[in-house]
Design a binder for this molecule. Structure first.
Ligand code: ZN
Length: 238
């Protein structure tokens, strides 16, 4: 059947293009390119995350430092108040204790705040170091990525005439197949690397589904194009 033969020629042309593309995608340079691209993306995400952490941590540190300064300003006021009360004749001991307790609370709050500030400052230094390491690794990876990209381009350029020729052959073959069949084939090829499936013991060799006898007959007659109801592959009889 001419139609099926033309479809086969189109199929071969598509497969030849796919083969060259697969060969280009499996070179050592291309594998490195993919790995470096993934590492660059990962480093970029890490950098963004660290920048966000540093922004929010610096903001939090600023707030804590302000709180700390406010508390520190209260110390001389509390001490003056205590001294004033102590010098008064009619002051009760419970009154003095209350002021002393308040001063102790203030000193404790200051100590707690100071510990928080130190911890946060330490974390900021850790994040800054991590950011520095990430940026420095990023520079190295980017250099390697650019180098490998140009090797991949050279490899692709070297095979460009071959691919161009294969596309011309594909176009010539496509011209001999009805456009709706080309569309159907391309659609199936988008789902399966092997879009044509042989009839094998009344089953689709692509997905192994048993086919109705009527369908088998139509395929065997070879006068029309039949697709597998299950996987969508275009069926043919050997
Ligand atoms: Zn099938």
């Amino acid at each position: 059947m001419d139609l099926l033969q033309s479809l086969w020629a189109y199929h071969d042309a598509c497969s030849n293009i796919a083969r060259v593309e697969a060969e280009l995608a499996s070179t050592e340079a291309h594998k490195k390119f993919v790995a470096l691209h993934a590492e660059l993306t990962e480093l970029q995400n890490k950098k963004n995350k660290l920048v966000n952490i540093l922004e929010s941590s610096n903001l939090a540190l600023h707030t804590l430092e302000n709180e700390y300064a406010d508390l520190e300003r209260k110390i001389p006021i509390e001490i003056t108040e205590l001294e004033k009360r102590q010098s008064m004749e009619d002051v009760t001991s419970s009154n003095i204790i209350a002021i002393k307790n308040s001063l102790e609370d203030l000193l404790r709050d200051i100590k707690t705040l100071k510990a928080k500030i130190i911890k946060l400052a330490e974390n900021i230094i850790i994040a800054q170091n991590q950011l520095q390491e990430t940026l420095s690794r990023g520079t190295k990876v980017l250099r390697a990525y650019n180098k490998i990209s140009s090797i991949c381009k050279e490899e692709a350029d070297a095979r460009a005439p071959e691919i161009k020729k294969l596309h011309e052959i594909k176009a010539q073959c496509a011209a001999k197949v009805p456009p709706e069949l080309v569309r159907k084939y391309d659609r199936v090829r988008g789902m399966h690397a092997d879009p044509l499936a042989a009839l094998n013991e009344n089953k689709c060799s692509g997905c192994n589904m048993s086919l109705p006898t009527s369908t088998v007959q139509i395929i065997e007659e070879g006068n029309s194009i039949v697709t597998c109801e299950n996987c969508g592959r275009i069926l043919y009889c050997n």
